[in-house]
Design a protein around this ligand. Structure first.
Ligand code: NDP
Length: 503
């Protein structure tokens, strides 16, 4: 029997030499996520041997100003700055006009110089960290300026969500991207997918013989997927007002989590085989019953309340939000998957802002025992088994089962088998953006969206969005919940047996 390998040697391949060009480098995502992730990768030796970063945005900034801004961003994350100087030597900046071909041509010339200076052979990651309204223009202009051509090295376009705001706009965006880039060059990030525990769902399901035989309608009663945030809209009110929770969370992260739990096993752990199975799953989603829309969907918006003991304003009082806004900040949805494995099993998807705690949790609720021989003695039903996959902030797996209550009397109590990533000695996990960026450098698309998946999820959600947004009593249908709670009490009607104060 093979020995336990809790901490096998790091087998991560080092990516080929490349440049990372970040468009929108003056913005929030660059400072908060991208550059700190690249720095950590660099400090741990996971970046290519020859590598540099070129920030690009409209703002006029000297190289030193950009380096300084990025140093502050990295420092504010509390990271060890020991590798900073060597990293800063690889940081450059170039001002660009996003829709001007000449500006990109100048950038291309600069990148050729930097390639030569850093000994990079021409491979490039082009990361779009710009507002989504600019994606199309940007993709087309990049293509016109020849920046997508793979004559000298590969070119990979990394796109952040949202991938459109409905099926039609996602197709339009894809057509624009397709003017210069082929599917193998496009990396649509879903940073949820790059979280270690999310990836572990596949290992858990397909590397253990004991769970998968139970993973179906015969043994599973219901599945719930909850992503709760304590944050409000922060500085993204403009975007959120247009998006709301369904576009912001359901079209992407919630659907991917659902696919990870429910998709069939791929024949190989290989990007397109895994994505094929996710696509099949999206294709099996039962169209939403629009005639009974609100029996399957609860939408709500947060009122003023308290988070961590501090008062927070109502959504409508947040800066940049319309005081009469009808954008939902919470949704609970009952979804069915019409296939052999999952027929009749409800999947309860819930996501909201300003909830009690930040949490992403998948709970597999198993069926009751077929015959309760203890009922007569105990006078009550036996608690069902539950498997809880905690994705963030805790990274844990817990199996709840029944055991005898110690003592002379016959009694049962719920006990748990528990595994925590944090407890693994010497564990060196990667944060989601580190994993996503390193995979893009390696050309591994497994954790990225493929366009067919994007379109299928929009095709599922579009009629729901249309029905909600055109519904005459839209305002009446929007429930309210206190910031700092687990959402509106009406959500419990949709999801029987699931108390909202204990997800
Ligand atoms: P920002 O709003 O911070 O914008 C990024 C940069 O784009 C700005 O610094 C600005 O640079 C430029 N910009 C902003 N508005 C305009 C405009 N109207 N016209 C032209 N340029 C503009 O965005 P984020 O960094 O927050 O997000 C970048 C992308 O990543 C977005 O698509 C977002 O949806 C996505 N995303 C962001 C997350 C986050 O946590 N921030 C999380 C997940 C996805 P300059 O003026 O110098 O050109």
């Amino acid at each position: 029997m093979a020995p336990d390998k809790l901490n096998p040697p790091d087998t991560l391949k080092r990516p080929e030499d490349c440049a990372v060009v970040i468009f929108g480098a003056s913005g929030d995502l660059t400072g908060r996520k991208l550059v700190p992730a690249l720095y950590r990768l660099f400090a741990s030796g996971a970046t290519p041997e020859h590598f540099y970063i070129c920030g690009a945005a409209r703002s006029e900034m000297s190289r030193e100003q950009f380096q300084d801004k990025m140093r502050q961003a990295v420092e504010s994350r509390g990271l060890d700055m020991g590798a900073w100087q060597a990293f800063a030597d690889r940081l450059h900046y170039q001002a660009v006009v996003y829709d001007q071909v000449e500006s990109y041509q100048a950038l291309a010339t600069r990148l050729d110089e930097l390639d030569a200076r850093h000994g990079v052979g021409g491979n490039r990651i082009l990361e779009l960290a710009i507002p989504p309204t600019l994606y199309q223009t940007m993709a087309v202009t990049l293509a016109r300026a020849g920046l997508s051509q793979e004559e000298r090295g590969w070119r990979r376009l990394v796109v952040e969500k949202p991938f459109g705001r409905d099926l039609e706009s996602s197709r339009e965006l894809n057509r624009a991207i397709g003017q210069g880039f082929q599917e193998h060059q496009v990396f649509r990030i879903d940073h949820y997918l790059a979280k270690e525990t999310v990836q572990n769902i596949m290992m858990f399901r397909f590397a253990n013989a004991i769970f998968e035989p139970l993973w179906n309608r015969n043994f599973i009663d219901q599945v719930s997927i909850v992503t709760g945030e304590t944050l409000g809209v922060e500085h993204r009110a403009g975007y959120y007002e247009q998006a709301g929770v369904l576009r912001d969370m359901f079209q992407n992260h919630m659907m991917q989590l659902l696919a990870l739990v429910a998709a069939e096993p791929p024949s190989l752990f290989e990007a397109d085989r895994v994505r094929d199975e996710r696509t099949k799953l999206f294709r099996s989603l039962r169209p939403f019953p629009l005639e009974e829309l609100y029996d399957y969907l609860v939408l709500a918006q947060y009122e003023a309340g308290e988070i961590d003991g501090k008062p927070v304003p109502a959504y409508r009082a947040e800066p940049g939000v319309d005081p009469s806004s009808l954008a939902p900040t919470f949704a609970a949805m009952k979804v069915y998957v019409d296939n052999w494995r999952w027929q009749g099993v409800p999947f309860y998807l819930t996501s909201g802002k300003r909830l009690t705690e930040k949490l992403t949790r998948i709970t597999i609720n198993f069926r009751e025992v077929p015959h309760s021989l203890f009922r007569r003695v105990l006078g009550e039903d036996i608690q069902t088994n539950r498997l809880v996959l905690d994705i963030q902030p805790k990274e844990e797996i817990t199996l709840y089962f029944q055991a005898k209550q110690p003592g002379a009397q016959v009694g049962l109590r719920t006990v748990r088998l528990h595994f925590s990533y944090q407890d693994q000695a010497g564990r060196q996990g990667m944060e989601a953006y580190e994993k996503a960026l390193v995979d893009a450098m390696l050309g591994d698309q497994m954790l990225f969206w493929r366009q067919d998946g994007v379109e299928l999820c929009w095709a599922f959600l579009d009629p729901v969005l249309e029905a909600c947004e055109q519904c005459g009593d839209r305002a009446d249908r929007l429930h309210r919940y206190r910031a700092g709670s687990w959402g509106p009490s009406d959500a419990a009607k949709l999801w029987p047996g699931h108390p909202y104060n204990n997800p």
